[in-house]
Design a protein around this ligand. Structure first.
Ligand SMILES: *[C@@H]1O[C@H](CO)[C@@H](O)[C@H](O)[C@H]1NC(C)=O
Ligand SMILES: *[C@@H]1O[C@H](CO)[C@@H](O)[C@H](O)[C@H]1NC(C)=O
Length: 610
């Protein structure tokens, strides 16, 4: 109306008249049609000819046409049928956006009488648009510690249609943790929100995939979907867990230093730093943690000090595993050390005699000793042995005690000393053995008399020997020792030619040298028989005898002497008569009668010269 006021008065009047005519016409002849959007070009909208009360041919003759103001033609007239048709596809949304009613107005002009008619076509909505989300995939991050009830706004969807055909509702796929709540904003739009219903656990499920569906009310219903990917953020809510509640391993005691014996492993179900596990050895008082070393990142346990079964049969190692922020778990490693035959038997001499008399009876105990092996089981099973052919044997007693006893009488003169090797051998494989030496002196007993090397002795001494001349030296041996072997000599007392033998002969009791105490005279006796005795100094002393024959050798110590007839001192003839029965020598020493036996010797001088 404001624009009209600017026009000149006359033209305004003409125009007003024209408008009044048109309004009258329209009032009488306004035509109203309705057509759905998106129908094909040339589709029937309304029968213009009929509504104007004209026959279709007449319509053409009168020059009918559509007048539109600067807008592209949406409709066309079919002059032959006289009907209004679509001139192309009509998109309601393009034309009217979200307006609830979409009306298109135009006029039809009959050129012959310049009649003008008003036409209104309503474009009805069809459900040609689905609800659409701005983003098809939504990434959400939420901590696993988030409490239920927590809300996360989601992106809304948009549907270009109107009415029932536009967005009506949202739906969320069924799932355990989330629900959907839709709030209506002040603008009347629906805003979907995700609501946490049940606490999350990243270790159970780290990513939740949800599907949000937006639905319109058309027929058929159209929908749009948005994929929601909810990543659960880790919280250090899990401590590391060892693969075993307790670890057990058996190791031979000779396992070299540096050997890895076991690896402990703890896993943490959290992620990243929260799952970074380190291992530590707990230092307990009294234990010896230096025996093993624990590698803090790998969990490898290695030996750092030689094991010794005899020292410790079992080691316990307390270990803890810690994750990055410091949650920890403990476990125990029990290392059983296995025995290896690394110890030889050992001897413990309880008592030992260093010396026994040689006449000790069989079964005399020489030593009592104990053998012990620090190993265990078969490795500590000991057998003791002696070399063969010794007059000893071992007697086993309780608790690995052994006695060394004699099996027969000893003879000091044969073996005066024994170095008895006792061998103790254990039952290991290979077995280890140890020798012990038991030294035994055999004490002397006076069981041997002194003996002369010869059965009898003979000695020759020229007559007229000086007094004290040595005649012979005899030696007797005694295999015993010390006093029992100390020999003294003596002469067996006798008388010879009326005088004690000891006035003729003496023997040095220590040296065994026989001396002449007189000068012997062959002419008095030619030989001498005597017994020598050798004594030892034992208690009681033992002795043995030997015979000694001493022969006096003649020397020319006598001038011939006329015995008969002696020069008569009384004046006689000096004649002596020998009886016929006189024996040889009868006249030689008339005053001395020779003993019988000496005569025999004299008669056989060749015998004496042997
Ligand atoms: C005993 O015999 C062993 C081996 O033959 C030897 O080593 C040791 O010295 C001997 N002991 C004595 C006191 O002779
Ligand atoms: C040794 O001689 C003495 C005296 O003649 C005698 O009593 C003793 O029995 C003799 N002993 C031996 C072993 O002949």
């Amino acid at each position: 109306m404001a624009a009209l006021q600017k026009l000149p008065q006359r033209r305004r009047l003409i125009r007003l008249c024209f408008l009044l005519v048109v309004l009258w016409e329209v009032g009488a002849r306004q035509m109203h049609y309705s057509v759905p959007e998106e129908i094909d070009k040339g589709s029937f909208v309304g029968d213009i000819a009929k509504d104007l009360g004209l026959e279709p041919p007449a319509l053409a003759e009168r020059g009918v046409r559509i007048i539109s103001r600067g807008r592209s033609q949406l409709f066309a007239l079919n002059p032959r049928s006289g009907s209004l048709v679509t001139a192309g596809r009509i998109d309601r949304e393009e034309l009217c956006a979200q307006s609830t009613r979409c009306l298109v107005n135009f006029n039809i002009l009959l050129e012959d009488k310049l009649n003008i008619y008003s036409v209104e076509v309503e474009i009805t909505d069809i459900n040609d648009n689905a609800p659409r989300f701005g983003v098809e995939e939504l990434e959400l991050k939420i901590s696993e510690m988030t409490t239920p009830g927590f809300r996360i706004p989601l992106k809304s969807a948009h549907d270009a249609d109107v009415g029932e055909n536009t967005l009506q509702k949202y739906e969320l796929n069924p799932n355990d943790h989330f629900s959907l709540d839709v709030r209506s904003g002040v603008d009347g739009n629906k805003h979907p929100e995700l609501v946490l219903e049940l606490a999350l656990d990243r270790e159970e499920k780290a990513i939740h995939y949800l599907l949000l569906v937006a639905l319109d009310g058309g027929s058929p219903v159209r929908s749009g979907t948005s994929r929601i990917c909810v990543t659960v953020l880790d919280v250090n809510d899990n401590a590391p867990i060892f693969t075993q509640p307790e670890y057990r391993v058996s190791v031979p005691e000779n396992m070299p230093v540096g050997t890895r014996i076991l690896t402990v492993t703890a896993t943490d179900t959290d992620e990243g730093y929260n799952a970074q596990v380190a291992y530590f050895q707990e230092k307990t008082l009294g234990e010896t943690p230096e025996v093993f070393e624990l590698e803090s990142t790998s969990g490898d346990i290695t030996i750092t000090k030689s094991l010794d079964f005899e020292d410790a049969k079992v080691h316990e190692i307390d270990i803890e595993a810690q994750d990055g922020p410091g949650l920890l778990t403990r476990t125990k490693v029990i290392v059983t050390v296995l025995d290896v035959n690394d110890n030889a038997p050992e001897f413990y001499m309880t008592s030992a005699t260093s010396s026994i008399p040689e006449d000790s009876p069989p079964g005399t105990i020489i030593a009592l000793f104990n053998v012990h092996d620090r190993d265990s089981g078969q490795n500590a099973f000991i057998t003791c042995s002696l070399p063969e052919n010794l007059p000893f044997k071992l007697e086993r007693s309780v608790d690995n005690y052994h006695r060394l006893v004699t099996t027969r009488a000893l003879d000091r003169e044969q073996f005066s000393f024994y170095n008895v090797t006792v061998t103790a051998k254990d039952g290991g494989k290979p077995s280890l053995s140890k020798d012990a030496y038991i030294l035994l002196q055999v004490a002397d007993i006076n069981d041997n008399p002194p003996t002369f090397p010869h059965m009898s002795y003979s000695a020759y001494i020229p007559e007229n020997n000086p007094r004290g001349a040595s005649i012979i030296s005899v030696v007797a041996h005694d295999p015993d020792s010390d006093d029992n072997a100390h020999v003294t000599y003596s002469l067996t007392e006798d008388t010879f030619q009326g005088a004690p033998l000891s006035s003729y002969i003496s023997i040095n009791s220590d040296t065994g040298i026989v001396y002449a105490l007189r000068s012997f005279d062959y002419e008095q006796f030619q030989d001498l028989q005597l017994w020598l005795t050798a004594w030892d100094n034992g208690n009681p002393p033992l002795s043995s005898n030997v015979s000694l024959s001493i022969f006096v050798l003649d020397q020319n110590d006598n001038a011939p002497e006329i015995l008969y007839p002696a020069l008569p001192t009384d004046g006689s003839t000096g004649v002596e008569l020998a009886p016929r029965s006189a024996e040889p020598g009868y006249l030689r020493h008339p005053e001395k009668k020779l003993p019988r036996e000496f005569k025999k010797c004299k008669e056989a001088p060749e015998k004496l010269n042997r």
